[in-house]
Design a protein around this ligand. Sequence first.
Ligand code: AMP
Length: 284
Amino acid sequence: MQIVETVAEVREQVKVWRAEGLTVGLVPTMGYLHEGHKSLIDRAVAENDRVVVSVFVNPMQFGPSEDLESYPRDMDRDAALCEKAGASLIFHPDPSEMYHEDFSSFVDMNTLTGGLCGKTRPIHFRGVCTVVAKLFNIVTPDRAYFGQKDAQQLAVIRHMVSDLSFGIEIVGCPIIREEDGLAKSSRNTYLSEQERQAALVLSRSLALGKQALEAGEKDAAKVRSVILDNLEKEPLAKVDYVEVVDWNTLEPVSQVEDSVLVAIAVYIGKTRLIDNFIWERSTK
Ligand code: AMP
């Protein structure tokens, strides 16, 4: 497995693979890899001849008061995980390689990005779309892998690929959880022991919302309040949002009819955690 830091090196390697008629999968990450990332890499390895994992903490998707500086990094551990999983190449650029001094072009989306995480993180998806578009242009993969953990991001990337005709298959992968239900996240390392325990309130509250839907509840406001009421019982939790939205448009629904995304963002202490589930018509 190679680790390269420049766009030119990625391009050179992909050119060689293409000349051999090989398919290429891409797994974009910010590093500090865990089982969630590994599930994406495993799937990519199973479905493509060669797999590129990008490890890049993208400054453009962090707001001024967010955790860009403190975001955890461990390249040696990431490299070992990627190699073991069967990736062929890690692209680990410096921010200056991705954004030259005179960088001034952005991918901005008018729909899908205003609600949910876009409300508290107004510049986030512009940063995500711009970096992912760049990665797509650099790697030119056949398929790219994204986790449902970041459900809004998955929907936004699918939309961008359609809008801008990237011709890349976007593969959504299920949320990988700790044994006790907490969705795996690089940011879980910020949690103290007490906060780690309190963080279970996210998956448990969502489970109550799911139960209500399974029992036939169709009123989105009621589903929201079941979740919200349980979240508010946890003293260390401060709710950012609880939303029931159409899975295609990400617009809030009042009645649960078609596929919906039930998504939450909650601060546990200073750490902002997200979790969700998708409720499909076929699962009703
Ligand atoms: P990140 O490094 O947090 O930017 O995540 C890189 C990719 O891994 C994104 O597509 C995430 O949705 C995905 N991912 C992160 N955590 C999980 C998880 N617990 N389960 C599945 N995918 C995940």
